[in-house]
Write a protein that binds this ligand. Structure first.
Ligand code: GRF
Length: 194
């Protein structure tokens, strides 16, 4: 499968997804809505094709997503992987890529959706948080859950130490889950042909 990774910022998950490539998926495109994002620099460094469109250059979301969809189709993208993409996916992309968009979130959803999930978990004083990979729908961090993994919070944890633990899990779990999903997808597609 030809995958597009969407990232707005650092892009460490993008990096680990590229490192995990095998016959089930290849990262054909890194897309960013932030022309200055470090994810774009990483893409150039590791030789992955990258594109960016800035929503500020468009009158509205519909116009932005029309161009974005054209870009995805031009690049023969089969599947979209959100990795720190700080924007809701609108109806244009959702309709075309129905059940073919996933996201990763640094909490055990439905707990702590939205921004600063790690800070939210620390403020709540809970003993564990984690990572969720889920299908994307029109909501913020909603959509059917595919996989979750717990991360324990220790008394001594700071924002930085907890973030490090969570990201370590993310960097392993995301490529692993994509392989399972996209390999399975292949089998289903073959079965329906026969
Ligand atoms: C990750 O923690 C992910 O769960 C959240 O945004 C962060 C992106 O980090 N959605 P990076 O840009 O991949 O380093």
């Amino acid at each position: 499968k030809r995958v597009a990774v969407f990232a707005s910022g650092n892009g460490s998950n993008f990096n680990s997804i590229v490192e995990g490539e095998d016959e089930s998926y290849q990262v054909a495109l890194l897309f960013s809505d932030q022309p200055q994002s470090y994810a774009l620099t990483r893409a150039i460094d590791i030789g992955v094709k990258s594109e960016s469109l800035s929503p500020k250059d468009y009158p509205d979301k519909l116009a932005y997503e029309a161009d974005l969809l054209a870009l995805l189709i031009r690049n023969h993208i089969d599947f979209i992987v959100l990795a720190g993409y700080m924007r809701l996916i609108g109806p244009t992309i959702l309709k075309y890529y129905k059940d073919k968009i996933v996201n990763i979130h640094p909490s055990l959803l439905p707990e702590f959706p939205g921004l600063n999930a790690i800070g939210q978990a620390l403020d709540a004083g809970v003993r564990e948080t984690g990572v969720t990979i889920h299908y994307v729908d029109e909501g913020m961090d909603t959509g059917p859950i595919i996989k979750q993994e717990k991360v324990l919070i220790e008394k001594a944890d700071t924002y930085e130490s907890l973030q490090k633990k969570v990201q370590k899990v993310e960097h392993r779990l995301y490529p692993e889950t994509l392989k399972e999903l996209l390999r399975k997808d292949e089998v289903v597609a073959e079965a329906s042909v026969n």
